[in-house]
Design a protein around this ligand. Structure first.
Ligand SMILES: [Zn+2]
Length: 61
């Protein structure tokens, strides 16, 4: 089921909608009714987790 997370640009409300089309033009915020919403990238990779910090890598002895 194509569910996407959206964040309202007006009130910062985060909500999930089922979207069948790739356009988010008809998505409106359930909190304030604004259609100025931003589609969130759903995934396991959170921003800031791509650090190349290997100073404490274990098992290299
Ligand atoms: Zn809103």
């Amino acid at each position: 089921m194509p569910m996407f997370e959206f964040r309202c640009a007006a009130c910062k409300h985060l909500f999930t909608r089922i979207v069948w089309k790739s356009s988010s033009g008809d998505i409106s915020c359930p909190s304030c009714g604004s259609n100025d919403v931003i589609k969130q990238i759903s995934g396991f990779a959170s921003p800031g987790s791509q650090k190349s910090d290997s100073s404490h890598a274990c098992g290299s002895s």
